[in-house]
Design a protein around this ligand. Structure first.
Ligand code: ZN
Length: 55
């Protein structure tokens, strides 16, 4: 696995480098990348449900 590649932890999308539009979520001490599309899709859920049970 290429350590420089960015992989969305939600949909599995990959980019050679982490785009600036991607966000980094800290989930239970781990770092998880979330792509732009998934960030938008989950924004409502993230705001409504602040605990990160679904991550
Ligand atoms: Zn994604």
């Amino acid at each position: 696995m290429d350590s420089t590649a960015a992989v969305c932890s939600v949909c599995g999308a990959t980019e050679e480098q982490q785009p600036l539009t991607w966000t980094v979520q800290s989930v239970r001490g781990r770092t998880a990348l979330v792509c732009e599309a998934c960030t938008r899709r989950h924004l409502r859920a993230m705001e409504a449900q602040l605990d990160e049970e679904h991550w």
